[in-house]
Design a protein around this ligand. Structure first.
Ligand SMILES: NC(=O)c1ccc[n+]([C@@H]2O[C@H](COP(=O)([O-])OP(=O)(O)OC[C@H]3O[C@@H](n4cnc5c(N)ncnc54)[C@H](OP(=O)(O)O)[C@@H]3O)[C@@H](O)[C@H]2O)c1
Length: 184
């Protein structure tokens, strides 16, 4: 049993985008029900991992331990701007070394983007929580995973051995739901 449980979180448009053509997550993709679900999950996580532009910016964020991917450091370093954050260059140190530097040896790690970061962990997710906003389209936007839109986000998760569970409705008016994709 690995000591670290890896969970992914993203909300995507009908066309598989996590941000618009300006690399910004638009208000169209923000829903109260999904925000509550995401925030509660991050409150339970022992560590959050993301790229430089994917900070969740929630009220509880300063309390959360995090590892931020960046090429501005060679290996690992404390983040001078975010309390409880460790900067990590995966070229210089393993994921396990990054978790160790953050003081986390066991528990749940939440991977929250962006696309390249999701892609790095694709063979390691215990569960990937895929939120879908089917009424939103972001043509020319930023795809949630490497390989989208040639393949759908669901096809990519399935190709990595993950299987969909029962969807949970997060916003009935907008048809927004979250589906857990679980590994074996
Ligand atoms: N809809 C959603 O659920 C959701 C989820 C996540 C993000 N988003 C949005 O999507 C956009 C994501 O932005 P983004 O594509 O720029 O992704 P990002 O991964 O947040 O940021 C990219 C930066 O992270 C660092 N990085 C990423 N991969 C790295 C690697 N393998 N090695 C070293 N450094 C690495 C680099 O930082 P340096 O430049 O410092 O080297 C890179 O410039 C944002 O607008 C965000 O709000 C939406």
């Amino acid at each position: 049993m690995p000591a670290l449980r890896i969970e992914g979180y993203v909300i995507v448009s009908a066309d598989g985008m996590l941000a618009n053509a300006d690399h910004v997550m638009p208000d169209d993709l923000k829903f109260e029900g999904d925000k509550k679900f995401f925030s509660a999950a991050l409150d339970r996580a022992d560590l959050i991992v993301h790229g430089q532009h994917s900070h969740e910016e929630q009220p509880n964020s300063p309390q959360r331990k995090r590892v931020i991917l960046t090429r501005t450091v060679a290996v690992l370093a404390p983040d001078p701007t975010h309390p409880k954050a460790t900067l990590w260059n995966p070229q210089g140190a393993s994921f396990e070394a990054a978790c160790e530097a953050a003081g986390v040896r066991s528990g749940t790690v939440a991977i929250i983007g962006g696309p390249a970061v999701f892609g790095m962990f694709m063979d390691r997710y215990d569960t990937f929580w895929l939120s879908l906003a089917p009424q939103v389209r972001l043509p020319g936007g930023e795809a949630c995973f490497p390989g989208v839109p040639e393949r759908s986000p669901q096809e990519i998760l399935a190709a990595h051995g993950l299987k969909p569970g029962e969807p949970q409705i997060l916003d009935p008016a907008a048809d927004v739901s979250v589906t857990p994709w679980r590994g074996s």
